[in-house]
Design a binder for this molecule. Structure first.
Ligand code: PAF
Length: 275
């Protein structure tokens, strides 16, 4: 079933909840791929009513060009899900009607990494995720580890705003050559697609170097050099951080995560791995 209005979706959810079903939300911006399907599969394990939202949220794009180029593949998305769950596909007007003027302002861990390079992105993300959570009132919401910083911020929002939902993290799915699945991958040219998996390979090399005792700054500098050599540019960041606070790693801090963002032509790729 496809819902485009908040009222009809809410009525349907209320009916399913009254029947005793657990509600699961998988928020997406569409251009669905196997990574999204793995989130749906995870949701189906514990929730009898799974809702996939598809909404390209204009408020989380800090570049109008990026928004304009973001892939929109609604018919394919509907076909891929093949009726296995409910879909919520609101219009921009439904989510942000005329006069809309409220937003969720993030700080702290949202100011680093992606936040530093994409001003306003996390406030836009936080606003729409908070709206989607309050519209659907799910028992659980499923987010991919591919957007690691987003996942930590969503956990923070839920804690700070006392939202009664369990956030479930799902592992990143990769192509056989290591490239993390992403809706943006379909915008890579043939030659860029050949280079793209090196993002992951170089990150693995960097993580190994840090794990085996190389000084962190030296390992990160070598990683950035390897990115440039492979054809990435500009490299927004390659950082070794505390996995939850996203503070730069200090001696003894754990668990650690390596996060990177780099351009290949006009396509910006991000990835993260455990150290
Ligand atoms: O990860 C995404 O696709 C988006 O940031 C999300 C969580 C659906 C909010 O628009």
């Amino acid at each position: 079933m496809i819902y485009r209005s908040i009222e009809t979706l809410r009525r349907a959810i209320a009916t399913r909840r009254a029947e005793g079903d657990r509600i699961g939300l998988v928020p997406t911006m569409g251009a669905l791929h196997e990574g999204h399907i793995s989130l749906v599969q995870e949701a189906e394990k514990t929730c009898q009513h799974v809702i996939v939202s598809i909404f390209v949220n204009p408020r989380q794009f800090n570049s109008q060009t990026d928004l304009a180029h973001y892939p929109r593949t609604e018919a394919d998305d509907i076909a891929l899900l093949d009726g296995r769950c409910s879909l919520f596909i609101p219009s921009v007007e439904t989510m942000y009607p005329s006069g809309y003027c409220t937003s969720v302002q993030t700080g702290g861990l949202a100011e680093r990494l992606e936040g530093a390079h994409r001003p306003g992105h996390f406030d836009g993300m936080a606003t729409v995720v908070t709206k989607l959570l309050t519209i659907t009132g799910p028992d659980q919401a499923f987010f991919g580890e591919k957007d690691w910083q987003q996942l930590q911020i969503v956990r923070r929002i839920v804690q700070d705003l006392n939202l009664p939902v369990d956030i479930v993290a799902c592992p990143t799915l990769r192509e056989p050559d290591g490239l993390a699945l992403s809706s943006r991958n379909r915008r890579l040219s043939h030659s860029a697609r050949e280079i793209a998996p090196k993002l992951h390979t170089i990150m693995q090399d960097t993580a190994l170097a840090i794990r085996t005792g190389m000084e962190t700054d030296a390992a990160l500098a070598a990683g950035k050099e390897a990115f440039a050599h492979a054809g990435f540019g500009p490299v927004d960041y390659l950082e070794c951080c505390h996995a939850e606070t996203l503070e730069p790693a200090r001696p003894g801090s754990a668990p650690l995560r390596l996060l990177a963002a780099a351009f290949l032509g006009s396509v910006r790729l991000i990835d993260n791995i455990v150290i």
